[in-house]
Design a protein. Structure first.
Length: 342
């Protein structure tokens, strides 16, 4: 376990000094203004003596080897393993957060281990992982560490994956994207009101993030958790799917996930399976070609199917993957399937 008080403070990027020893953070749309000793909403960035520091830098509070499908990424090196890591902190306050013990905690208050960026890359190699995923909390709130780890991994020929809610300003994101190979973006809702009440955020910056990622050549998949009475309105889902189709994401996988009661939404019921099936139908009618259902045991819900001839190209059961030699082209009709399969 790391002791915050014994660590040198790591200087943060993306901030400006203000009068009276205050600072303002320019990393995300919250734009937190902090007096000396104050900490941002993300709990990761703090004002120490009139300068912004990144308190989560190098403090790994979660480390595991995962299948890449768990991110979820289904069209990015299917069946590969990735080293997943997190530091504490998030700039959203989602009422349903499944990792609230680390996402809603400050780095000094969450058990962690110290890992330099080169150590992360070496740990991935030692575990036989060709991919490193920055995940579990919000890696954009510890962006300095994410970027340095990504650089270290690139030097060793490893891929970098970002699992994020995408709530970040354009400048910092533009600096990071050249280091990122793939991302799963959690699109919480297509309602600004829902974002404000459930996440203490807004929708527009997330949509901007998606567009920037696509234009930068990052492989993008989108997740949407269907919470009963919160984010399961079919008209809203149709609006979201039309936006995705019209914005260049027709071939990008969309994952509808089943909600289960937890954290501050433990009073709600799990998402009915019928809701997931209805949302999938809406998405397909909107022109999205690869729609998956997660957190639910339904045969074929996460199989990859050729959008032209319907051939099953990749079969999945849980995290068991059978690709049968698939390398990105349908073996029946010859259609190229969007993704990174080699």
């Amino acid at each position: 376990m790391a002791d915050r008080e014994t660590l040198p403070a790591h200087g943060a990027a993306y901030w400006e000094p203000l009068a009276g020893g205050r600072v303002v953070c320019r990393l995300c749309p919250h734009g937190c203004t902090l007096a000396d000793g104050g900490r941002g909403l993300c709990r990761n960035r703090a004002n120490r003596g009139g300068r912004m520091v990144a308190e989560g830098y190098g403090r790994v509070c979660a480390l595991a080897v995962d299948p890449v499908e768990k991110k979820p990424l289904l069209h990015f090196h299917p069946g590969a393993r990735c080293l997943s890591l997190a530091a504490a902190g998030c700039n959203l306050t989602c009422l349903n957060c499944q990792n609230h013990d680390i996402s809603q905690g400050a780095p000094g208050g969450v058990p962690s281990r110290l890992m330099a960026p080169d150590e992360v890359a070496r740990a991935a190699e030692a575990a036989g992982c060709g991919i490193v995923a920055y995940t579990y909390t919000e890696p954009l709130t510890w962006i300095e560490y994410t970027a340095d780890c990504a650089r270290a991994c690139r030097r060793r020929g490893l891929k970098n994956v970002l699992v994020t809610a995408g709530y970040v300003n354009a400048g910092p994101l533009a600096d990071l994207l050249p280091l990122i190979d793939a991302a799963n973006v959690d699109l919480k809702s297509f309602s600004d009101d829902t974002y404000r009440t459930v996440c203490r955020a807004t929708l527009a910056p997330v949509l901007r993030t998606l567009g920037m990622m696509r234009r930068a050549g990052v492989w993008v998949e989108v997740s949407s958790l269907l919470i009963p009475g919160v984010s399961d309105d079919m008209a809203m889902i149709a609006d979201m799917c039309r936006w995705l189709a019209d914005s260049g994401f027709a071939d990008s996988p969309l994952h509808f996930s089943r909600f289960f009661p937890q954290y501050r939404m433990s009073h709600l019921q799990p998402t009915p399976v019928a809701t997931l099936l209805a949302a999938r139908d809406v998405a397909r009618r909107s022109g999205l070609r690869h729609v998956y259902l997660g957190n639910v045991a339904l045969p074929g819900a996460e199989d990859t199917v050729c959008p032209t001839c319907g051939a099953v190209l990749i079969r999945r059961s849980g995290y068991s993957v059978s690709a049968s030699g698939f390398s990105g082209v349908c073996t029946r009709c010859g259609r190229a399937v969007a993704g990174v399969f080699r």
